[in-house]
Design a protein around this ligand. Structure first.
Ligand code: 0L1
Ligand code: MG
Length: 266
């Protein structure tokens, strides 16, 4: 594939950075650069995160996306994707979210891994991931694609840091070794009504399998995960949109719950 023109990567970084800062949806990058490859998209994602780091954000972990068969089929792809979490994405359960921060947000239930030791390689297994996992906890990721109507190609969404916006982690952290994460059931409700159900197996058969996938993918470029990282597994069910005054609760068997409310634009 013909590489994108020199300098186009930085132009795309500015374009996506401004869309997020100004909370406005933009036309997907591949309208202008139809040949954008996945490799180029990950390089753009990296530069986008570096730009945010220059502005004071701190990289604190990773998130996985497109980890369920259903979502991969919907997008016509066969692999998951990863993006980075920064400290300014962490939202707190007791502080209502201001809808003005978002474009068209959706919430998805996930499992958070807190990593206790560095891990790098290209043959990493679920067992390797579990052996370096200090705790797991219930989580909600809020995705908010910068693209019009959440419509994009794989390269578009990777460049946009995989639609990442915010995430919340429940207060109960549990030792992963005492649980069968694949069998954990989850019910997500909106304003008291059940909106989605799922189980850990929806994430590539086992939530730690998506983390192993990410470590192997990073291993190909000489990177890995580090002690202290927080990793979001990928969604256990479909994401649900929310609006001002909505309350979302994700209740997990054994792991407990995580929730947030959204207030009107201020
Ligand atoms: O975290 C996710 O699963 C999102 C990945 C990107 C796809 C989307 O925005 O729906
Ligand atoms: Mg997600």
């Amino acid at each position: 594939m013909v590489p994108i023109a020199s300098g186009a990567d930085l132009e795309i970084v500015e374009y996506l950075f401004a869309a997020e800062k100004d909370r406005r949806e933009v036309v997907k990058v591949t309208e202008r650069y139809p040949n954008l490859s996945l490799k180029e998209a990950y390089a753009i994602q990296e530069k986008l995160i570096q730009k945010r780091e220059k502005g004071g954000a701190r990289r604190i972990g990773l998130k996985l996306g497109l980890t369920s068969k259903a979502k991969q089929e919907m997008m016509g792809v066969h692999e998951a994707i990863y993006g980075y979490l920064t400290d300014d994405m962490l939202a707190l359960e007791w502080e209502p979210l201001d809808f003005a921060q978002f474009i068209h947000p959706k919430a998805e239930p996930e499992i958070a891994f807190m990593i206790g030791e560095d891990l790098q390689g290209t043959n990493i297994t679920v067992e390797d991931v579990l052996s370096v996992t200090r705790y797991v906890a219930p989580a909600i990721e809020i995705i908010d694609s910068r693209y019009v109507n959440f419509k994009f190609t794989l390269a578009d969404v990777v460049a946009d840091n995989c639609s990442s916006s915010r995430f919340l982690i429940g207060s109960k952290w549990i030792c992963a070794k005492t649980l069968n994460l694949a069998e954990i059931g989850m019910v997500m409700s909106k304003n008291g009504e059940v909106a989605q159900t799922g189980s850990g197996a929806a994430v590539m058969g086992h939530p730690a399998a998506s983390v192993a996938w990410a470590v192997n993918k990073l291993g190909e470029i000489g990177k890995g995960i580090k002690k202290g990282d927080i990793i979001l597994s990928g969604a256990i069910s479909e994401a649900i949109p929310f609006e001002p005054h909505d309350t979302i609760v994700a209740q997990f068997a054994e792991l407990g719950s995580v929730s947030f409310s959204c207030k009107a634009r201020t």
